[in-house]
Write a protein that binds this ligand. Sequence first.
Ligand code: GDP
Length: 528
Amino acid sequence: MTFEQEIKRRRTFGIISHPDAGKTTLTEKLLLFGGAIQEAGAVKSNKIKKSATSDFMEIERQRGISVATSVLAFIYKDKKINILDTPGHKDFAEDTFRTLTAVDSVIVVIDVAKGVEEQTEKLVEVCRMRNIPMIVFINKLDREGKDAFDLLDEVEQKLGLSVTPLSFPIGMGYDFKGIYNIYEKNINLFSGNSKQNIEETIAFDDVSSSELEKIIGEDAADSLRENLELVDGVYPPFEKEAYLSGDLQPVFFGSALNNFGVRELLDCFIEIAPDPRAKKAEERLVEPNETDFSGFVFKIHANMDPKHRDRLAFVKIVSGKFERNKPYLHVRHDKKLKFSSPNAFFAEKKEIVDTSFPGDIVGLHDTGNFKIGDTLTSGEKLQYRGIPSFSPEHFRYINNADPMKAKQLNKGIDQLMDEGVAQLFTLELNGRKVIGTVGALQYEVIQYRLEHEYGAKCTYENLPVHKACWVEPEADNEEFSEFNRVKQKYLARDKSGQLVFLSDSAFSLQMTQQKYPSVKLRFTSEKD
Ligand code: GDP
């Protein structure tokens, strides 16, 4: 296969949803189609097995949430599919945001009964801002849920999307008979007892034919015809270009648990979803088919195996081939690094690979060289744009609880921050360290990991901070000097040395902005 063909066959995407909408179940069914796993339940049971051998994952087991983002790859109809799993829990939203910098498209899973939920809104907003192509999968059609048209309205209104259904349910819940596939023009009949088999499909391109009554009965046939007419009248026809530019989102209905509507979703997905897209670096736009390798770190993961305390940096390949044992430039450190055992991901396993292509994710063993957002290249000084840091929601002082282990504590904090677990601010006044997080759960994760991975103990102390604002520019004028003097107590540096203003309330933030108009306060760490 040529380099060009290798790129064209790759589909790298993420599944996003509110917890419990069915993301894990859908992932598992997709893997079944790829023949990557043999039985239903494999993805989940694997998750539990891992937790038993890794104390980091123990937190996940205890909490029943997905702390880690992993990569699952499989081949289907000659396409190499890479699924980047994303934690649905809101305390790990930043993790998911970062993973979204590495996907070329997403599938949004929505529970038919619950409709659009909070986490879905936030994640879809990020995808919308970045014009990521999205397909919507409305799940759990075997249960009673909202009316299909009401749901489509809700998706448009709450998520700000412009949808067009490519399949339509025939009945729902107890009366759920099957799905009409508008895209392929066929009917899939549902039989509730065959949970793991791929259903047979009846080609049906003319719904006005009286054959329809014979298959699904008179009432269902009438209402299907009516519904399809409405779909035709209300929603725009599907256009691939509009989908690819993020202007139109096709919708599928189904039941992941019953493996229903999943094949339709997958078949359409591999046809319309984008192959690896060009990516903007600070310097220029980089095309996947360039010969020189480049990629960026979007995720750093503590090793699952407690015997090996190194970390795995997940690199998305943007251009060129990544080859084992070849020296690549770590742009931030301006230093060449070689990787003797890069991991590729296949289904739920990882294995060492010699060559990877644009769209693929490689896992590189790291002893502390990488942080999120780092770029690796064949030699060119490129810096990919990632997602900037947002102001955390929670702030606490972190104190050393074991004076003998100060070094371990500092190392641990440093590395956990590089992984993007939380943000560290150091107060200008007294050098005290403040940890900022998106969710309260991270404090437990940090404490647990500091103890189990670094042998250090910490305690926290609350700090009444409303928001962290990055100060830009650090102007050399009188107003800035006064701001600096008066607000000294509230000033800190982030990990890269940028000045940050920690305001204690919305009111004081407003007052500060009024009093020092030339001091610009930003709510993210980067311009743009
Ligand atoms: P996640 O949190 O989004 O990964 O959701 P899971 O895949 O873990 O699913 C949450 C729950 O919904 C589990 O108990 C699943 O068995 C169930 N579930 C998933 N898909 C379906 C479906 O199509 N129908 C029904 N009735 N239940 C489903």
